[in-house]
Design a protein around this ligand. Structure first.
Ligand code: ADP
Length: 671
């Protein structure tokens, strides 16, 4: 008889930490969270029974500190560590260290992780186990002549891959033999600097590839089962965006071939716990039982595991805990159900129009659907309204997971789920996800890993500001927009009789300019906004869901959300924010402008190019700020003399001063 843990530590953050905590709580298991400075008030910390501080915000100082995490587990009385995904989840050295202290690692053995760690060794092992691998060369020889002749044998185009690779690094597609030497050199250099290992393998390049993976589960009693497949072909920069199960168009024959290959792969390394076998599939002629090949194994729980949970009705974290505690797999292969269709979309704080650059910001408003009319929805998130998406971690806001009786109903459910998701305070990929869901090829199930890149232009639709949004923002900022107070005519008509003829001033910042408006009350629920050129008359009714604004050419149902220095108008799941200028603040800023330069976002000062006392010219680079994994040059807004400047390697907050000039030139208050 095995004994379930009474307390576990979760060595992770964000949505996956919250996800693991929820299952543990349901099973009556105590939970310990770990956190960095940036996460002191994070949701996962609030949810856990206990929380231990493990270091400063950068991951190398906290979530990657195996020693701090193991210490935290020992001190807090945890018996086991759940690694989540990412961070230390596939680090065999960490597993060894955990096990050495007598704690249980909720995951596979260090040996299993090592066996799958290098692509070439993993491919050799899989080949021996009878699992189809991508045709190619994954031997020891690394000389140019050998690799080039292997590439010719394989047939162009080929793909050079770093054996230690990950995240698409050290990968080069080569279309003809003349380019091979050059591509090899550059793949090697990239692999060397990213992984400290420049050994490569050469693979056949698959023409219309689909990424289909199989969820497997093993226990410590020699049992291995699969929980069907997931299709993760919708990718951008080799990162999954939308995942679904089952794979569109898969037949019983192909499923049986893929799942039995996956089980064989897991058995070959005595796998225990949750794992995923990733296959690359040649879809030029649909799915065929002899057109899929092993690509790699992820020896942990995947981000997209909820789609499998939705079609099987199982809790994979519960399975992980049971297996780690020594129990047998809860179900046999035959008992694992497959019901309906599930889709997951990853909602990120990022800007698809700026090549998916991560965004940061405070989530002033955050609201997810908790039920749908046309399907089931599940939201996996690690943030709440008021939380900040910081530059330190993955900018994921949530995973939206839906389930329907079949694929069309799941697609419809996802469309409603997205339109009922409201976020204000940061740029998100929600409009991009909605466009993807409506993409004709995707809707037809005709997917491949190149789909997003090919149709990017059509998927990045500029979001138009809904008609009436600005007017609603102005009315909201005027303070005159009030819910009708029942039976009290004086409150209902606030601003009416007493201020007859008076217009309330509202100043909006539009494209860097301050624009003045005047708002007056015309009567019950009726207002007029006077701008520079015209007067607009509007009617605004209060409804249970928000406001309903009508006027010439305007018919808008929206919510208003106050944000610092502004207001967000939320309609159909899209938020448009307006900055409201405060006349007092404006006066203060005018006195300061030109005098100092502030950080546009939090970051690290990578390089300082000038010193106090230097005379600088307008446009000259003063310093380089690294934020969101990108470098930004901060230039002088005008000629002047530097009085003070931040030092190199300092970490700066948003809006904190970077440079102060000795005297503010008289004409820099307006620009
Ligand atoms: P990494 O570990 O760097 O993420 P993978 O081997 O997992 O690399 O491959 C990442 C992605 O690259 C796959 O999802 C697929 O889109 C593409 N890819 C990998 N191998 C091939 C191949 N042989 N032919 C075509 N595309 C490939």
């Amino acid at each position: 008889m095995t004994k379930m843990f009474s307390r576990i530590l979760i060595a992770n953050r964000g949505e996956i930490a919250c996800r693991v905590i929820r299952t543990a709580q349901r099973m009556g298991i105590g939970t310990v969270a770990v956190y960095s400075d940036a996460d002191a008030h994070a949701l996962h910390v609030a949810m856990a029974d206990d929380a231990v501080y493990i270091g400063p915000s950068p991951v190398t100082d906290s979530y990657l500190r195996a020693d701090h995490i193991i210490d935290a587990a020992l001190k807090s009385g945890a018996e086991a560590i759940h690694p989540g995904y990412g961070f230390l989840s596939e680090n065999p050295g960490f597993v060894d260290a955990v096990v050495k202290t007598g704690l249980v690692f909720i995951g596979p053995s260090a040996d299993s992780i090592r066996a799958m760690g290098l692509k070439d060794a993993a491919k050799r092992l899989m080949e021996k186990a009878g699992v189809p691998v991508v045709p190619g060369y994954h031997g020891e020889a690394q000389e140019l002549v050998v690799l080039a002749s292997k590439a010719r044998e394989i047939g162009y185009p080929v793909l050079i891959k770093a054996r230690a690779g990950g995240g698409g690094k050290g990968m080069r597609k080569v279309d003809n033999p003349d380019d091979f030497a050059e591509a090899l050199g550059s793949a090697r250099r990239e692999a060397k600097s990213a992984f400290g290992d420049d050994r490569v393998l050469v693979e056949k390049y698959i023409a219309k590839p689909r990424h289909i993976e199989v969820q497997v589960f093993g226990d410590n009693h020699g049992n291995v089962v699969h929980l069907y497949e997931r299709d993760c072909s919708l990718q951008r920069r080799h990162q999954k965006v939308i995942e679904e199960a089952p794979a569109p168009g898969i037949t019983a024959e192909v499923r049986s071939a893929m799942t039995s290959a996956a089980v064989k792969a897991a058995q070959a390394i005595n796998y225990s716990g949750a794992g995923t076998i990733e296959f690359i599939v040649d879809a030029t002629e649909g799915l065929k039982p002899d057109r899929f090949w092993f690509m790699e194994m992820n020896t942990r729980l995947q981000v997209e595991h909820p789609v499998t949970e939705m079609i099987t009705g199982l809790d994979l974290v519960e399975w992980q805990l049971r297996v780690a505690a020594g129990e047998k797999l809860p179900l046999s292969q035959k008992q694992i159900p497959l019901d309906g269709h599930a889709i997951e979309a990853r909602l990120y704080a990022e800007d698809p129009a700026k090549s998916f650059l991560p965004a940061i910001g405070t989530l002033h408003h955050l609201s997810f659907p908790n039920a749908l009319q046309d399907g089931e929805v599940r939201v996996e998130t690690g943030v709440r309204a008021g939380d900040t998406i910081s530059p330190y971690y993955d900018p994921m806001i949530a995973k939206l997971v839906v389930h329907g009786a079949d694929r069309p109903s799941a697609l419809a459910a996802m469309e409603s789920a997205l339109s009922q998701t409201e976020i204000a305070g940061t740029t998100t990929n929600a409009p991009f996800l909605s466009a993807l869901i409506r993409h004709q090829g995707f809707a037809a199930g005709d997917v491949d890993t190149g789909l997003i890149d090919r149709d990017l232009a059509g998927l990045i639709v500029p979001v138009a500001t809904p008609k009436g949004a600005k007017e609603l923002a102005i009315l909201s900022a005027s303070g005159l927009l009030k819910r009708p107070a029942h039976g009290d005519p004086w409150t209902a008509l606030r601003g009416y009789s007493h201020h007859n003829g008076l217009a309330y001033p509202v100043m909006l910042e539009e494209a860097g300019q301050i624009v003045r408006y005047g708002v007056s009350v015309l009567g019950d629920e009726r207002y007029a906004i006077s701008g520079s050129d015209a007067v607009v008359e509007l009617r605004v009714l209060h409804e249970p869901q928000g406001w309903h604004l009508t006027g010439k050419g305007m018919n808008l149902r929206a919510k208003t959300v106050a944000i610092p220095h502004g207001v967000a108008i939320v309609a159909n799941g899209m938020a448009t924010t307006f900055s409201i200028a405060d006349p007092f603040l404006l006066a203060e800023q005018a006195g300061n402008a030109g005098d100092r330069l502030t950080a546009p976002m939090p970051g690290l000062v990578k390089a300082v190019r000038v010193a106090a006392g230097d005379l600088v010219k307008k446009g000259q680079i003063l310093l380089v700020l690294e934020a969101m994994k990108m470098e930004h040059s901060i230039t002088a807004p005008h000629d002047g003399k530097v009085a003070e400047i931040v030092s190199e390697n300092s970490q700066v907050k948003e809006n904190s001063a970077l440079v102060r000039f000795e005297e503010a030139p008289a004409d820099t208050t307006k620009n």
